[in-house]
Design a protein around this ligand. Sequence first.
Ligand SMILES: Cc1cc2nc3c(=O)[nH]c(=O)nc-3n(C[C@H](O)[C@H](O)[C@H](O)COP(=O)(O)OP(=O)(O)OC[C@H]3O[C@@H](n4cnc5c(N)ncnc54)[C@H](O)[C@@H]3O)c2cc1C
Length: 509
Amino acid sequence: MDKLEFDYVIVGAGSAGCVLANRLSVDATKTVCLIEGGGSDDSLRVKVPAGILSLYGNPRFDYGYVGVPQAEMNGRRIPVNRGKALGGSSTINSMIYIRGAREDYDEWAALGCKGWGYDDVLPVFRSFERNLIDQDPTYHGFEGELLVDRPRDPNVVARAFVEAGKQAGLPENSDFNAASQYGVGIYNVTQDKGSRFSSHTAFIRPVAGRANLHVLPDTEVVDLDIVGDRATAVNVVRDGIAHKIVARGEIILSAGAIGSPRILLASGLGPAPELAAAGVAVKLNIPGVGKNLRDHIDGMITMRSKSLETLGLSFGNLPAILASPLNYLLRRRGMLTTNYVEAGGFAKTRLSTGLPDIQFHFVPGYRSHRGRLVEYGHGFAVHTCVLRPNSIGELRLTEDGTRRNALIDHRFFTRSEDLDTLVEGIKLARSIFAQPALAELEGTEFLPGRDVRTDDEIRAYLRTEALTVYHPVGTVKMGVDDMAVVDPETLKVRGFPTSASPTPRSCRR
Ligand SMILES: Cc1cc2nc3c(=O)[nH]c(=O)nc-3n(C[C@H](O)[C@H](O)[C@H](O)COP(=O)(O)OP(=O)(O)OC[C@H]3O[C@@H](n4cnc5c(N)ncnc54)[C@H](O)[C@@H]3O)c2cc1C
């Protein structure tokens, strides 16, 4: 590495980091360094949507963290998948394009995050988006970098799920990013003619030729140099060799809900007693770093079916499987275009206080509960997750002396209302699966299974089988309360000087 000093140093080339690097490098007089711990995303497994099955748990693309044993889940350790490559988690995710609800952003604003209400963020979302399906311009952009499309060749069974949802009393929703999320429908995806369109593809590839933008993959950030009250440099390891990358202007942490707090803690910025216990010199006592971990806890219903219309591996389906590579190459159609969750929706359980409290992700194939990528046979399934969980977890440094590993403790179901909501969600999902629109598939419930009927039985099932549906947030939360880490106005770590910072707001066009 020859050039080690930049105006802006961005840590993490994931969903957020790629956008920031794009916008900050518009100014050709400023140099920008985008550091990424993972490597290239140049792989058919990434580009072909169905390749997603080979990305989870693959150490080339996924950190594959595992949480600590969960007291309310029979001591199970929950996998925490996080993207490790250019594009970050957008390189391994399911490509569904759904923003938060209006009420979520407005709640941020009400809690003191001035400038983060729905009417503030909507123009920014629109500026990023290039909607290919002519949706309402009130909510969608058509000139941004991020391509948003419908699934290229949705499975007929996904459509049947939507019909079944309607038969169960939910409205059809043709745009989950418009006025309301309530209802069932086919999801939008970030794809370009049936090919994954990650944040890296959208925001970095087109500007990779900018002389002032330096992208450093395969480079792990260990910690930050804190001099007085400023972060001045980033300490990295590349090919086993340590380097220092100096920031003349600003260091921007966008290493995700696991990576960002881990780096802050390793740098001595966090809860003082915990840092001291982990043998880290305290630079600034910030009690909220690593706290407030929230995630979407999720339970599944899996069905076995003989229908060859569902995705599956079988002799009967062999001709379609063998034809699929050609179908994809020549027409960009067929089963290889699937993101496996082409349909879904938002519903209200009887415990809802107004907004939808659960989300469905429908899978038109059998999902294995045995940890296998592919199972022989056919079926369909639905994920049901709790949208605004109350259980609060945390992330701490391990005391292994390296400062490079974190303990992830979701504390799932420590608030019983999350488990109660999920029980109600499973019952709603079952009521959808019982509708005539899915009858033709002659599905037989595999899990939870016919014997699991009462609320207590469903609770026991969820403690044994529930997992996260991959959405950890909140560990370096923005806000104005005592546990907030990031100032909503300057986007600087709180406790450091709050002199005007042009960086974050300049990302808004
Ligand atoms: C399997 C899966 C499926 C998902 N499906 C969807 C979906 O369909 N729709 C949706 O909206 N969301 C989905 N999500 C969630 C979504 O992808 C994430 O919320 C989003 O990508 C997070 O963006 P981020 O920029 O915060 O973090 P990330 O995109 O994870 O980026 C963080 C980056 O920082 C890098 N990094 C971390 N630590 C270091 C370090 N020490 N040094 C250098 N680099 C580092 C990482 O390698 C990574 O590239 C899914 C996530 C997963 C894992």
